[in-house]
Design a protein around this ligand. Structure first.
Ligand SMILES: NC(=O)c1ccc[n+]([C@@H]2O[C@H](COP(=O)([O-])OP(=O)(O)OC[C@H]3O[C@@H](n4cnc5c(N)ncnc54)[C@H](OP(=O)(O)O)[C@@H]3O)[C@@H](O)[C@H]2O)c1
Length: 262
């Protein structure tokens, strides 16, 4: 919304509940947007194990309907997907053509949405570990909690932190260049949740020694997480698009912004 400015119309769940696909076309007909950007999703990874049908309705059925509306009218559409479409058994980064194999309900709920949207000519940006200075996210939670207690953070899941502002800019660059299909966009550089937590705490001038590493198996969750979900793009260079900065460069801005309100 910051990038698009006043011309963009933000829709909340109250304006358009994506779990009710019949409401999508009438709502969009009423607004007649020149492009469709879908940032909404069912993202409760653990709860999705119990609500896979609802997650699939929001993350796939609705995405297909949005994409069809846009395609019929030749309007560009951007929607987001996740590193969790991969199983995490690889030891090298997943590119756009790597085989998918989600290991949890959330990943399964997103995958058909990708196919439907790509089939309608939309741009589907797969990203991972999104953080920002103005929205609930992992870094905000860590900075908030570490003031009150010592924390143990998993050190055996690897991925790419991605700063929302960088992601938004790169996504609109791609959309503006007419890119369609699957595109992996994350900040450069991979890490673990533990390293990300320690780095953030240090940058916030708090005490990194209050963070200690632990294993995924120490904190069983209803949904399995891929141990390795590092993404890379085999398309960016060919498309003439700039890679996103390294996460260690961009995280400064996130922590700076968070410091003002945590
Ligand atoms: N965050 C990450 O680390 C990450 C990683 C990879 C991919 N992604 C993808 O990036 C996109 C954005 O994720 P995010 O982290 O910003 O998610 P988020 O913080 O959970 O926000 C999701 C938004 O979707 C809305 N929503 C949920 N169900 C809805 C429904 N039935 N109808 C209308 N709106 C609904 C939510 O509204 P309420 O506030 O009313 O619930 C919320 O505003 C998603 O496609 C996600 O899969 C995120």
């Amino acid at each position: 919304m910051r990038l698009l400015g006043d011309d963009a119309v933000p829709l909340t769940r109250a304006d358009l509940d994506l779990a009710s696909p019949d409401h999508i076309a009438p709502t969009l007909d009423g607004l007649d947007p020149s492009m469709v950007v879908n940032c909404a999703a069912y993202t409760a990874v653990d709860r999705a194990e119990e609500e896979e049908d609802l997650a699939t309705a929001v993350n796939s059925v609705a995405v297909g309907v949005l994409a069809e509306w846009a395609a019929v009218r030749s309007r560009p559409m951007l929607t987001f997907s996740t590193d969790y479409v991969f199983d995490g058994f690889s030891d090298e980064p997943y590119v756009e053509t790597s085989p998918t194999n989600p290991v949890n309900a959330y990943g399964r709920s997103k995958l058909p949405g990708e196919t439907l949207a790509v089939g309608q000519g939309a741009l589907v940006v797969r990203t991972s570990w999104v953080i920002s200075g103005s929205h609930p996210n992992f870094v905000a939670t860590i900075l908030h909690k570490v003031k009150e207690q010592e924390l143990r953070v998993v050190d055996d899941q690897r991925g790419n932190p991605t700063v929302a502002a960088d992601l938004a800019r790169a996504s609109f660059d791609a959309l503006g260049a007419g890119v369609t299909g699957l595109l992996h966009l994350t900040n450069e550089g991979e890490t673990t949740w533990y390293e990300l937590a320690r780095t953030s705490v240090g940058l916030a001038d708090l005490d990194p020694s209050r963070i200690s590493p632990c294993a995924t198996e120490d904190y069983p969750t209803p949904a399995r997480r891929p141990a390795y979900s590092v993404l890379a793009s085999e398309r960016l260079e060919d498309l003439g698009l700039e890679p996103l900065p390294h996460w260690r460069t961009s995280i400064w801005h996130v922590v700076d912004e968070l410091k003002t309100w945590i």
